[in-house]
Design a protein around this ligand. Structure first.
Ligand SMILES: NC(=O)c1ccc[n+]([C@@H]2O[C@H](COP(=O)([O-])OP(=O)(O)OC[C@H]3O[C@@H](n4cnc5c(N)ncnc54)[C@H](OP(=O)(O)O)[C@@H]3O)[C@@H](O)[C@H]2O)c1
Length: 399
């Protein structure tokens, strides 16, 4: 039986007839590989040949009455107002991998206070300590994206803290490529889309108001995307391909009872659910841009950080895959990006003065220089973005 595995490879590569590897890193991309139980078939294929302050007021997590509407966004803070205070950035999923590396990179500049929004407080505290993040540069706040109540409690808790919000980074994700049956969030949404998209959708919608109140010179909302959701790439074309279809599953609530657990209404596939969730992330970023950039001046961006083959994202994968994936990316595809490097890239999108353009999907080339990448047709479909937005609003109780 074939298992679905996601991996990153350079977008630009060729498979010479002689079978000699000729990989060119013009930019990087995520490549989904179909591994057989033995991995033998795929690893002998032509393609393979060639190719991461304790919460200041811990304890008082108040149950917030569920907000049912997003407060209207008021006019943006006056432009041009400079401030020398530290930036305040919320990073979801900062307990490991990309999120942790970005938190570290930002904290080390001394210019940012990172609110590590995580579901496991102790794990995050240990991770921050072992990464050497100075205590005065971070705060841990509880957030479980697989529970809409938790998202609302986080927003309430964050507001109680009195900190400003200058940048929001929606980074956390789950990836369940080997799951045979769907699992569900507290509200009964399929877990991958429920966590990666719906949890972040509610969080970002609620925090838009807070972001808009900031007087920081450059306010940003960043959603981590993935090449796996982009079918305009080689990687995005490896089955199961991302495809939101006519959104009938999303419209039905993704509950696997009276509707499919998949956005397109099809049978459950954990790898596809992840890719679909990433398409939703990228569509959401663009819809935010279209609806709010002009009015608020907030920069809305997404990014593909490269193949970070060592992160916990692949924890649900078979052991052999986890063993072979990093060296495969390092030595065969040369698409490997270290957690530190990926963290620097995300930190760049948070703070680099040259990356203020809104509505952009950022990627990096072989020289690790950022460039504006093209999204797939579906990931840039305006009508689909609007429909995903409207359906998601209903599911999270905002409409
Ligand atoms: N690794 C790659 O090659 C790659 C490539 C492209 C894009 N990305 C994207 O990069 C982002 C970070 O992934 P990663 O590779 O760094 O994986 P990772 O190390 O597994 O990090 C995922 C983070 O998400 C958190 N998380 C999962 N479920 C959550 C929930 N219900 N509530 C709150 N937090 C939750 C995890 O928390 P716990 O520690 O508690 O589990 C962890 O901190 C994801 O958006 C992923 O799609 C990764």
């Amino acid at each position: 039986m074939a298992l679905q595995a996601a991996s990153l490879v350079p977008v630009s590569f060729s498979i010479p007839k002689e079978g000699k590897c000729n990989v060119s890193l013009r930019d990087t991309t995520l490549f989904g590989l179909s591994l057989s139980d033995t991995l033998k078939a795929d690893f002998s294929s032509s393609a393979l040949r060639c190719k991461k302050e304790i919460q200041q007021k811990l304890g008082t997590v108040r149950a917030q009455t569920a907000a049912t509407t997003t407060p209207a966004v008021k006019k943006a803070a006056p432009e041009g107002k400079k401030t020398l205070r530290k930036g305040s950035v919320v990073v979801t999923g900062a307990s490991s991998g990309l999120g942790l590396a970005a938190a570290k990179a930002l904290a080390e500049t001394g210019k940012w206070h990172v609110i590590m929004a995580c579901r496991d407080f102790l794990k995050t505290e240990r991770a921050a300590k072992s990464a050497g993040i100075a205590k005065e540069n971070y705060t841990i706040m509880h957030l479980d994206l697989a529970s809409l109540d938790s998202v609302r409690q986080f927003v309430d808790n964050f507001r109680q803290s009195g900190r400003p919000l200058d940048v929001l980074v929606c980074n956390a994700a789950v990836y369940l490529p080997t799951a045979r049956e769907p699992t569900f969030t507290a509200e009964g949404f399929e877990l991958s889309v429920g966590t990666n998209h719906l949890g972040h959708f509610l969080l970002s919608r609620l925090l838009l108001e807070d972001l808009n109140k900031s007087d920081y010179p450059s306010k940003r909302m960043i959603i981590v995307g993935s090449i796996t959701g982009n079918t305009n790439t080689l990687a995005g074309n490896v089955p199961p391909k991302a495809n939101l279809g006519d959104l009938r599953g999303l419209a039905g609530g993704l509950n696997g009872l009276n509707s499919s657990s998949m956005i397109d209404g099809g049978d459950f596939d954990g790898a596809k659910a992840y890719k679909d969730s990433k398409v939703c992330n990228m569509l959401t970023m663009q819809e935010f841009h279209r609806r709010y950039h002009e009015e608020t001046g907030i920069t809305f961006a997404s990014l593909y950080p490269g193949c970070i083959a060592t992160t916990g994202l692949f924890r649900e994968h078979i052991p052999l895959f986890r063993l072979l994936f990093p060296p495969f990316q390092k030595y065969i595809t040369k698409g490997f990006v270290s957690e530190d490097e990926a963290g620097q890239r995300l930190a760049q999108v948070v703070s680099d003065p040259s990356l203020t353009k809104s509505g952009v999907y950022w990627s990096w080339n072989k020289n690790s220089a950022s460039f504006e990448n093209q999204l797939s047709q579906e990931a840039s479909d305006e009508s689909k973005a609007r429909k995903v937005w409207e359906l998601s609003e209903k599911l999270v109780g905002l409409a």
